[in-house]
Design a protein around this ligand. Structure first.
Ligand code: PLP
Length: 385
């Protein structure tokens, strides 16, 4: 749960490599699996046993899906899923939500969250304008905005791409009925529903948020945790759709290092740890305790702080009301967050350095770590007065 910098300072880490480190850093089960794989060779350009084993384990956790394709980054997973959705429907337009982040492929950098908004350019320059025009942006937690978009572009929308729990504009949970309505709209209008669970997959629950909400997307994008810190991501779906991907079908997608044996070994060892009894209950309880402790500490100093927690993800927002969408997220006090970040860093706690990012709690974070972070936050709120 800790990292150390070049000058020997030790920090309690809530960045967790931006999500993958769900069992903490250098877990012996993971490093041993990697060493064993390294000894056999780094890459062969052919399927390996761990690739099949990891594929089977992931698919066993995703009820609606029976095929999966590994890629090397979440960006590739989302980009490929969108290409597949366009091919499968014969349509060009996609809907995404303002403040959701789906990696840095051209079509996705429209009103994007994460680093794109942190650095002030949610719609990046340098992207193909035609492609950007094919990406329609709706309001998160607002199914009516999706309905209007479908009505404005009948028969043209290939897919709706959504972070089922948004983790790139802080942490924003889906409001009651939002994802259900989006599912219904996609089915009604013949578009594919793509859950981007790159962040939430095997992070908020075994499988991902779809296991908690019971909604089956047509395609799922995964990344982060499934590689345990190695460059692994994937997209998955039912056979009928996935078999359109090359070489079974005509939709081209390939990667020299996809399914790399060392990366597969890290992912498999990580997911085996995640599959142990009570894994997500323990991590969820600690995350909740941290969220409650932070809220209480803020309250003691009359600081307006909203906290959210789900599985091993936590969010803080310096504002008076719960954040529901990108506009709410942008209206939070991000300067105050920056000061808070530095006060925490000075006290040995490393947070994601932006109010638009979620925090990640690992199985290596103990109750004492949670207390340490809450005490540091109490001091930080005091120092900010
Ligand atoms: N999708 C989501 C929801 C993400 O959070 C991220 C990265 O943070 C991505 C896609 C892109 O993944 P990668 O950074 O591996 O390309």
């Amino acid at each position: 749960a800790y990292i150390e910098d070049l000058d020997g300072h030790r920090y309690l880490d809530f960045v967790g490599s931006w999500g993958p480190a769900i069992v903490g850093h250098a877990h012996p089960d993971v490093t041993q699996a990697v060493y064993r794989a390294v000894d056999r060779g780094l890459s062969f350009g052919a399927p390996c046993e761990d690739e099949t084993n990891l594929a089977e384990l992931i698919l066993s956790a995703l009820p609606g899906h029976d095929r999966i394709r590994f890629v090397s980054s979440g960006t590739e997973a989302c980009m490929s899923a969108v290409r597949l959705a366009r091919a499968a429907t014969g349509r060009d337009l996609i809907i995404k939500f303002a403040g959701n982040y789906h990696g840095h492929a051209d079509a996705m950098l429209v009103e994007a969250g994460s680093g794109a908004i942190t650095h002030g350019v949610p719609t990046s320059p340098g992207i193909n304008r035609e492609l950007a025009r094919a990406t329609l942006s709706c309001r998160y937690n607002d199914a009516t905005s999706v309905q209007s978009m479908f009505e404005r572009h009948p028969g043209e929308i290939a897919a709706v791409l959504v972070e089922p729990v948004a983790g790139n504009m802080g942490l924003v949970l889906p409001s009651d009925g939002f994802l259900e309505s989006v599912r219904e709209l996609c089915t009604k209008h013949g578009a594919l529903l793509v859950f981007d669970e790159v962040m939430t997959g095997f992070r908020v629950a075994w499988g991902g948020y779809q296991r908690l909400c019971g909604i089956e997307p047509d395609l799922t994008c995964l990344g982060k945790v499934i590689g345990g810190g190695m460059p692994v991501a994937a997209y998955a779906g039912c056979a009928e759709i996935m078999e359109q991907v090359s070489p079974a079908g005509p939709v081209y997608q390939a990667g020299t290092l996809s399914g790399n044996p060392v990366a597969m070994a890290a992912g498999l060892a990580t997911l085996k740890l995640c599959s142990s009894n009570g894994f997500y209950d323990t991590i969820g309880t600690r995350t909740l305790a941290l969220a409650e402790g932070l809220a209480q500490a803020a309250n003691e100093y009359a600081v307006h702080l909203q906290t959210e927690a789900i599985g091993g993800m936590l969010g803080v927002a310096f504002c008076k009301q719960r954040v529901q969408d990108f506009e709410d997220a942008k209206s939070c006090d991000h300067r105050l967050f920056a000061s808070f970040f530095h006060e925490m860093l000075d006290r040995g706690v490393w947070l994601p350095p932006s109010g638009y990012e979620a925090w990640f709690i690992s199985a290596s974070h103990t109750n004492d770590d949670v207390s340490f972070a809450v005490n540091a936050a109490r001091e930080a709120f005091g120092a900010l007065q």
